[in-house]
Design a binder for this molecule. Structure first.
Ligand code: ST9
Ligand code: ZN
Ligand code: ZN
Length: 330
C-alpha cells in the first residue's frame, strides 16, 4: 500500500496534537469514473437557475426578498456549520433539545442530505483525509473536491472503510433519525416550498421568490460550502501543520461563517471555534454558539489550550503563525 493510501491514526475525539503527518503531501492515483449523469444534469440545471436567480437578486427582487434570501443563507449555513459540522460530526459542544430542533430545521433548509449522512461522510473526511476513503479527496484536484465527488459513484474504499466510523451516538438521537426517515418530505418543504411562499406575504412574485430565495440561495450556500473542500485544501498558509493540504484562508472564512481556518481545524477538529481565536467578524458560527451558551442551550464547549497550540505550531507549522499576529493577541 503506498504511503498516501495508509489510514491516518486520527481518533475522532482525542487530542492528536502529537500525531505525525507524512512529510510529502499525498497525491491521488488514477481512477476510472462512474459518472452519475442524473446528478450532472440536475446540478447543471440548478446552476443555470442559480445564475438567473442571482440576476433577479441583484436587479429585480424587492428589498424584503433580498433580505430574506440573506437571512436564509445565514440560517441554512448555521444548520451546516453549527449543526452538521461542529455539533454532530465533531461533537465539539453539546446542545439542549430546543437548539437541536432549531439546528435540524436550519440543516433541512440547507439540503445537503440528512445530517446523519453528512456527518458520516465528514468523519470519513477527517479520519481518512486525502486518501481514497475521503469522499472529497482533495488530491484529486479542485473540481473533484468542489463538486465532482457528487457527480460520480463513491470510491469502493469509502464504503469499505465506512463501517469503521462509529455513528451510534448520532443514530441514538431521535431528531436526527426523524430527519433522515422523512427527508424526502421535509427537505422540499424547508429548502424550496417555504422560501418560495414566504416572500409572497409582502407582495413578491412567486417567480422571483422561487429563483432568489430557493434556487439562488441554495446554489450559493452549496458553492461556498464546497469551497471549504476545494479552496481551503489548496490556497493559503499552514501555521499549524505544513505537512497536510488544508490551509487557513480568510476570504473563504468570510463566506462560510467562520469555517475557513481549515489548517487549524484539521489539526484540532474538536475545537468548537474551528479556529484559534474565532474572530467574530469572520466566525459568525462562534458568535452563534456563544450566544446559545449564554442562554443555556449550548454547553460543554470544547477548545484547545494555548500551550498545546504553541507546541504544535513550533513542531509542524510553516512559520506563518506570527504573520497572523496571534502572539500579540494571546
Ligand atoms: C452536498 C454535501 O452538497 C456537501 C458536503 C460538504 C462537506 C463540507 C465539509 C467542510 C467542513 C465544514 C464547512 C461547512 C461550511 C458551510 C458553510 C455554509 C454557509 N460510510 O452515497 P451513496 C454506503 S449534498 C459508510 O448513494 P453512491 C452506504 O451503505 C447536495 N458507508 O453512494 C450507502 O447507503 P446508505 C445535495 C457509506 O451510489 C451506500 O454506500 N445532495 C458511506 O456511490 C450508497 O451511498 C445530492 O446532490 C460512508 N461515508 O453514490 C446527492 N457512503 O446511505 C448527491 C456511502 O443507505 N449524492 N456508503 O447507508 C449522490 O447522488 C450520491 O451520494 C453519489 C454517490 C452519486 C455522490
Ligand atoms: Zn477538510
Ligand atoms: Zn470538520
Amino acid at each position: 500500500m503506498p504511503p498516501h493510501q495508509q489510514t491516518s491514526s486520527w481518533v475522532l475525539y482525542e487530542s492528536d496534537a502529537s500525531k505525525e503527518t507524512p512529510e510529502v503531501p499525498p497525491s491521488a492515483e488514477q481512477r476510472k469514473w462512474q459518472v452519475v449523469w442524473r446528478n450532472v444534469i440536475l446540478f447543471a440545471l440548478l446552476h443555470i437557475g442559480g445564475v438567473y436567480g442571482a440576476y433577479l437578486f441583484l436587479f429585480k427582487a424587492m428589498w424584503a426578498t433580498r433580505t430574506f434570501a440573506v437571512f436564509l443563507y445565514i440560517c441554512s449555513g448555521l444548520g451546516i456549520t453549527a449543526g452538521a459540522h461542529r455539533l454532530w460530526a465533531h461533537k465539539s459542544y453539546k446542545a439542549r433539545l430546543p437548539l437541536r430542533i432549531l439546528l435540524t430545521v436550519f440543516n433541512t433548509i440547507a439540503f445537503q442530505d440528512s445530517a446523519l449522512d453528512w456527518a458520516r461522510d465528514h468523519r470519513m473526511h477527517h479520519k481518512y483525509s486525502e486518501t481514497d476513503a475521503d469522499p472529497h479527496n482533495a488530491t484529486r484536484g479542485f473540481f473533484f473536491s468542489h463538486v465532482g465527488w457528487l457527480l460520480v459513484r463513491k470510491h469502493p474504499e469509502i464504503k469499505a472503510k465506512g463501517n469503521t466510523i462509529d455513528m451510534s451516538d448520532l443514530k441514538a438521537d431521535p431528531i436526527l433519525r426523524f430527519q433522515k426517515k422523512h427527508y424526502m418530505i421535509l427537505m422540499p418543504i424547508a429548502c424550496f416550498l417555504m422560501p418560495t411562499y414566504v416572500p409572497t406575504l409582502w407582495g413578491e412574485t412567486l417567480w422571483n421568490a422561487y429563483f432568489v430565495c430557493s434556487i439562488f440561495r441554495y446554489v450559493y450556500v452549496l458553492n461556498v460550502t464546497w469551497l471549504v473542500n476545494s479552496a481551503a485544501h489548496k490556497w493559503g498558509s499552514k501555521p499549524y501543520d505544513k505537512n497536510i493540504n488544508p490551509v487557513e484562508t480568510k476570504p473563504v472564512s468570510l463566506v462560510v461563517l467562520g469555517e475557513g481556518f481549515h489548517n487549524y481545524h484539521h489539526v484540532f477538529p474538536w475545537d468548537y471555534k474551528t479556529a484559534e481565536l474565532g474572530n467574530y467578524s469572520l466566525n459568525i458560527t462562534k458568535l452563534f454558539i456563544d450566544t446559545m451558551a449564554k442562554i443555556g442551550w449550548a454547553y460543554d464547549l470544547k477548545t484547545v489550550s494555548t500551550e498545546v497550540i504553541e507546541k504544535r505550531v513550533k513542531r509542524t507549522g510553516d512559520g506563518s503563525h506570527e504573520e497572523w499576529g496571534y502572539e500579540d493577541i494571546h
